[in-house]
Design a protein around this ligand. Structure first.
Ligand code: GSH
Length: 202
């Protein structure tokens, strides 16, 4: 298999962490690719018309995306337990979706200042995106810590990668303030070998 990858994408990192946790990292060749909403750059648009990474090319040559489909595919491929078979699946998928939304919002905040020319940038857009993240942090701190205390699953991986990206690009926001349980949980997750091995590099 081949993965179109990137050094800083939290969506790609989620896939990389899953590969490590599932013990199949050596079965996937990585190729760096990247673009922006303005220019797909080196992302193979013939494989993903949306021009985004990650993209996984399966052994049969078919491409699959986006990251949530890839992680679920890999879990099935490796007969893993990152997505449970019981009713807790819905909790896992909901937390995973929340983490994905946090990544989307954090990425849009980054694009607003990096991609949009000065003079056209909208500070209100950045604040609107941050408010999505802030509300998500509150909800997780108040509602999901019991789930996060359990065995590692896809929701833990997604959330760990979302928080890692916020540290990378938006650390001045101080997300740990007011979220002490989540901050402690993240400190532990960030120590996992899979997270250490996939830390973003710039
Ligand atoms: N929903 C997608 C989001 C992927 C995504 O936004 N990737 C970024 C890199 S962090 C990208 O390729 N952006 C280029 C663009 O938006 O055109 C996923 O989960 O894979």
């Amino acid at each position: 298999m081949k993965l179109y990858s990137s050094a800083t994408s939290p969506f790609v990192r989620k896939v990389l962490v899953c590969l490590q946790e599932l013990g199949i990292d050596d079965q996937v060749q990585k190729k760096i690719a990247g673009g922006t909403p303005l220019d797909a750059g080196t992302v193979p648009v013939e494989e993903n018309p949306l021009g985004k990474v990650p993209i996984l090319i399966r052994d049969d040559g078919h491409a699959i995306y986006d990251s949530r489909i890839i992680t679920r595919y890999l879990n099935d491929y490796a007969d893993g337990s990152l997505y449970p078979d019981d009713e807790t699946l819905w909790d896992v998928l909901t937390i995973e979706a929340t983490a994905e939304g946090m990544m989307d919002a954090a990425l849009l905040m980054t694009y607003e200042v990096r991609v949009r020319p000065e003079g056209f940038q909208m500070p209100d857009m950045v604040e609107g995106q941050w408010s999505k993240i802030a509300r998500s942090l509150d909800l997780i701190e108040n509602q999901w810590m019991d789930h996060l205390a359990g065995a590692l699953d896809a929701s833990h991986i997604a959330l760990g990668c979302a928080l890692g990206y916020i540290d990378l690009r938006h650390d001045t926001r101080g997300w740990r303030d007011g979220h002490p349980q989540l901050a402690e949980w993240y400190a532990n997750v960030a120590e996992r070998p899979s997270m250490q091995a996939t830390a973003p590099y710039v």
